[in-house]
Design a protein around this ligand. Structure first.
Ligand code: ZN
Ligand code: ZN
Length: 343
């Protein structure tokens, strides 16, 4: 069954009750004013940010979403667990939605396109509505055959919860606040910048059908994911920084892990792929970096479309009511349409 436009708009409304834990994680950060700054807590905050960001970038993104390298079943589970500790749902949910993003990037069906639905939608709102809460198992059949991953995907909140409890017992309330709440909040927004900012700010080297950009600052805070135009141009590579100056910490770590045999067959782009942009004409290059118009909230076009859909649905309801009224009248009576015409 296909959902009616109004039902789908309803699903895209923010579910504030279900979003309470997410909002709560943010609010708990305010306790830093109460706990103060203890170096050990800040170190744990940074360490857990880097480790869990690695779980998202090397694990959820490059391995599970794009199959950019190979790993044994044990290390595969380790990467899944590292990413799940970031409290951004499970590996199968994450990777399936990300595959959908690449399939439809910046088109109408794209789940989190700033071009289609505005900056805030692409950054965070899409996660807070009910529509995208379920795992799209049909898009991730290749990894859904591992029962331990399905289990982790279902119990995705548990590892984060256990981490929070462990931090509390290890270092008290201040370590809980810094190591879990502050670190997790930074991690949320660090990751989300790739859906939002890296489709808005930065340089486009390659022609792609979307608005993806390369941005060195985003690459630093996301361990290499900010080379997003490279990535959208050629998705299945273990490295996203393709030139020596494009710092990509996730790839360096994967390279080191390949030396000890924990991962193998890291896919990298051919010279032909990397250098494809040299064939572009100066006009094509200028067009690639033409300023882009986006809005913080839904762009005017999207709002206009939603209003049109609403109007269409209302017209349909009036038509149905008229038809029902006509059915209940004796056949000799004039139809409601004829009465309307007489006025
Ligand atoms: Zn990707
Ligand atoms: Zn993207």
């Amino acid at each position: 069954m296909t959902a009616s436009p109004s039902a789908s708009a309803q699903d895209e409304k923010i579910n504030w009750v279900a979003s309470l834990p997410f909002i709560g994680v943010h609010l708990m950060c305010l306790f830093v004013f109460y706990t103060g700054v203890r170096p050990v807590d800040v170190a744990v905050c940074v360490g857990l940010y880097v480790f869990r960001m690695w779980g998202i970038t090397a694990g959820f993104h490059r391995y599970f979403s794009h199959r950019a390298f190979k790993a044994g079943r044990g290390f595969q589970f380790f990467m899944a667990l590292a990413g799940t500790l970031a409290v951004q749902k499970g590996p199968l949910w994450w990777a399936a939605h990300h595959r959908h993003h690449h399939r439809y990037s910046d088109q109408e069906q794209d789940i989190h396109s700033p071009l289609q639905k505005g900056f805030w939608w692409s950054h965070v709102s899409w996660i807070l509505c009910d529509k995208y809460g379920e795992t799209r198992y049909d898009s991730i059949k290749d990894y859904a055959r591992f029962p331990e991953l399905v289990w982790l995907n279902k119990l995705h909140a548990l590892p984060g919860l256990l981490l929070a409890v462990a931090l509390y017992f290890l270092g008290g309330f201040s370590m809980l606040v810094w190591g879990f709440f502050v670190s997790t909040t930074l991690l949320y927004h660090g990751t989300f910048t790739i859906n939002s900012l890296s489709h808005v700010f930065g340089k486009r080297r390659y022609k792609t059908t979307d608005t993806s950009r390369n941005n060195w600052l985003l690459a630093l805070i996301t361990l290499g994911e900010g080379w997003h135009n490279n990535h959208h141009y050629y998705q299945n590579t273990a490295n996203q920084g393709w030139f020596w100056w494009e710092v990509d910490l996730s790839y360096y770590s994967l390279k080191a892990l390949s030396w000890v045999g924990l991962v193998k067959d890291l896919r990298t782009p051919s010279e032909q792929v990397k250098m494809a942009y040299l064939k572009y004409s100066p006009e094509e290059r200028a067009a690639l970096n033409a300023p882009m118009r986006t809005s913080w909230f839904a762009p005017v076009a999207a709002r206009k479309k939603a209003a049109e859909q609403k109007m269409k649905a209302a017209e349909e309801r009036v038509r149905e009511a008229l038809a029902a009224a006509a059915d209940s009248l004796p056949s000799s009576a004039p139809t409601p349409q004829a009465l309307l015409k007489r006025q």
